[in-house]
Design a binder for this molecule. Structure first.
Ligand code: PLP
Length: 408
């Protein structure tokens, strides 16, 4: 029994579960602080209303905005509430690219192949989509450990005179959702700032899990998502500098600095602020606990023949453990874990229910047959020692059975 004594494993969750949930990078359980804050805000109405209930809703919304700004090293005016992390990425990438084209005539977008589909698809739409939007792409190289080779790329670019002025946008995720590898966002932000190029970072996996300071980083925009740190789903954040030239693809009533039109979800904003405050308050303790649990699981996995571990030992999110077991199919691994009461994933987005080799692993140079045997375990801070031992003990058998089932 994975969770005989288990409370839900998602960062301070409330509901008791009989399952061991180790897919926190996909979505975390709602934190009690977020749930309580949202219950208190349940009666709030239209925050744009010019009357008493409107002012009440607006006050709660602005309090949430200020709290989030303070927690993430931004100004209140820089916090834009969106409908998801995906929407924040879309607004930033399309909006900055269009803004650069309109203001500077720049047309090149620099991004790596390890980004989340929210970024990959946005960049593809601009550079290779059916409408011919007139953008070109340069690829940021990635090394075998899953890190963007920022210094090499910058050195190469600086050698070829004049290119930075063609850059409409440079984008790089803060931490990878599959491997957990932290990316060199400081170097890229600093290069972008020195060359007057907008820099967007998809920090959806980082916010609430590692310290994030928007002003210290110096990015133009940053995307985050509440359900990744124990807030409500469909509540995203876009941090956007006031001088960012963003021609937002979301058109409408002009809410949220005209960047994200649409009536703002006050309950979501309030829940997001409460979850962020709670996750940052517990950050140090949670990090230490998850690291210890992760390393125990890493050691158990290392005892299995042929394992390849993708999560770096240094410079990774604390709860991630991403690995491949060649000869096993990722789908078989997660089905066998599921039958043993464990919720885990392969880590890669599946399209129409079909798991393909992860685009992140293939970008790292991993052969397709190895990439297909991927398993991602992402821990919550309230995982117990018994649960860690349970998972460590069943893993060898799960891999053996998945290998016996063969490749599809
Ligand atoms: N970016 C990254 C790195 C993610 O991991 C995810 C979600 O998995 C997203 C963006 C999309 O976030 P949301 O689910 O809020 O749309």
């Amino acid at each position: 029994m994975p969770g005989a004594s288990a409370e839900a494993t998602g960062g301070g969750a409330t509901a008791a579960r009989e399952r061991l949930y180790v897919d926190n990078a996909a979505s975390q359980a709602l934190r009690p602080e977020a749930q309580e804050a949202m219950e208190r805000a349940a009666g709030l109405l239209n925050p744009a209303g010019q009357y008493k209930t409107g002012r009440d809703a607006r006050r709660s919304l602005e309090d949430a905005r200020e709290q989030i700004a303070e927690l993430l090293g931004a100004d209140g005016a820089e916090v834009i509430f969106t409908g998801s992390g995906t929407e924040a990425d879309n607004i930033a990438i399309q909006g900055l690219a269009f803004g650069s084209k309109a203001h500077r005539g720049a047309h090149v977008i620099a991004s790596s192949d390890i980004e989340h589909p929210a970024v990959v698809e946005s960049v593809d739409w601009l550079t290779a989509g059916p409408l011919g939007l007139g953008f070109d792409r340069v690829v940021l190289p990635v090394d075998a450990t899953g890190r963007v080779r920022a210094e090499d790329w910058i050195a190469g670019l600086e050698g070829s005179a004049g290119e930075p002025s063609d850059l409409a946008l440079l984008t790089c995720m803060w931490a990878n959702n599959e491997t957990g590898a932290i990316q060199p966002v400081e170097a890229l932000a600093s290069f972008a700032r020195d060359n007057g190029v907008p820099f967007h970072t998809d920090a959806v996996q980082a916010v609430g899990h590692v310290p994030v300071d928007f002003h210290a980083l110096g990015a133009t925009t940053l995307a985050a998502s509440a359900h990744k740190f124990g807030g409500p789903k469909n509540t995203g954040l876009l941090l956007a500098r006031r001088d960012a030239e963003i021609l937002s693809p979301v058109r409408g009533g002009g809410q949220e600095r005209k960047l994200r039109s649409g009536t703002v979800n006050v309950q979501g904003a309030v829940g997001c602020a409460a979850a962020l405050a709670s996750s940052i308050k517990e950050l140090e303790q949670a990090t230490a606990k998850m690291r210890m649990a992760r390393e125990r699981l890493r050691a158990a996995a290392q005892g299995i023949d042929g394992v390849r571990i993708w999560t770096p030992e240094v410079g990774a999110l604390p709860g991630h453990l991403h690995m491949s077991f060649p000869g096993a199919e990722g789908d078989s691994l997660i089905m066998l874990l599921d039958a043993a009461g464990v919720d885990a994933s392969t880590g890669s987005a599946c399209s129409a229910g079909v798991n393909r080799a992860s685009h992140v692993l293939t970008a790292m140079g991993v052969p397709v047959d190895v990439a297909r045997g991927a398993l991602r375990i992402t821990l919550g801070a309230d995982i117990t020692d018994d649960q860690v031992e349970y998972l460590a003990s069943i893993l060898p058998r799960v891999v053996e059975q998945a290998r016996a089932a063969g490749m599809a």
